[in-house]
Design a protein around this ligand. Structure first.
Ligand code: DC
Length: 224
């Protein structure tokens, strides 16, 4: 039987992760945070002083090291050479450097391969990212494109970072969100764009619960 796949794509800090976790929970499915994969490669490249703008060096790095991605409830646990790096993946320094890795076509091919393998293994998957409905899973049964205004997303990121003990002012965060939007939209491979058959949902004025309920309704309508 082919896996049941629900994709949630959208820009940075649109609430995809939390929403996808909740939807996965409600549907008894596995949550897949694909941003964590790009973050893991970025972290290792930074820790090994690999030239981030050298795609071949990044590919050699991925091939020479052992990455292990395991969905575990609300997150993707990431081991690099058996060391758990999950807690380090959301550091602002990693976020600031991620575009090099996300823009490298050869790395994207390797990451998409991992994502498909995980979907096959877990069979019922709610996966979130930028290219899940367009590149990784073009045949997904349900595709959501989740957006929110940049100002609202910067505010949400600030709250999220504060909870993790990191203080950042709103203006800096807004600039970072806008820079990431630009880089996400402009890359030639796997850019941030809605799949033709994606349902668009703007969460600017919706609560988390409202977004989750809206998605569950869409799922019910599509697949019963
Ligand atoms: O969702 P996130 O903030 O953890 O994603 C981090 C970065 O990873 C994001 O700026 C773009 C990249 N990414 C991607 O290119 N493709 C994905 N499927 C997921 C994330």
């Amino acid at each position: 039987m082919s896996p049941l796949i629900i994709t949630i794509d959208g820009p940075a800090a649109s609430g995809k992760s939390t929403v996808a976790q909740r939807v996965a929970q409600a549907l008894n499915s596995t949550f897949l945070d694909t941003g964590a994969m790009y973050r893991a490669v970025t972290l290792l490249a930074m820790n090994t002083q690999t030239d981030l703008s050298d795609e071949q060096a990044l590919i050699r790095l991925v091939e020479a090291n052992q990455f292990n991605f395991t969905p575990a409830g609300q997150r993707l646990v990431v081991l690099i050479n058996r060391q758990d790096v999950t807690e380090q993946l959301r550091n602002p320094e990693v976020t600031a450097n991620i575009r090099y890795v996300a823009e490298a076509p050869g790395i994207r091919i390797l990451m998409v391969r991992q994502q498909r393998a995980l979907a096959l293994k877990y069979q019922r998957v709610v996966t979130e990212g930028r290219d899940q409905g367009t590149v990784a899973f073009p045949d997904a049964q349900v595709k959501i494109f989740l957006t929110a205004d940049p100002e609202e997303r910067a505010k949400r990121r600030q709250i999220e970072l504060k909870a993790a003990g990191i203080q950042q002012d709103l203006d800096t965060l807004l600039k970072a969100v806008e820079a990431r939007d630009l880089s996400d939209r402009q890359r030639t491979v796997g850019p941030l764009q809605p799949a033709d058959d994606a349902v668009h949902l703007d969460s600017t004025n919706l609560t988390l619960d409202e977004v989750v309920q809206a998605i569950l309704k869409i799922v019910e309508k599509k697949i019963g």
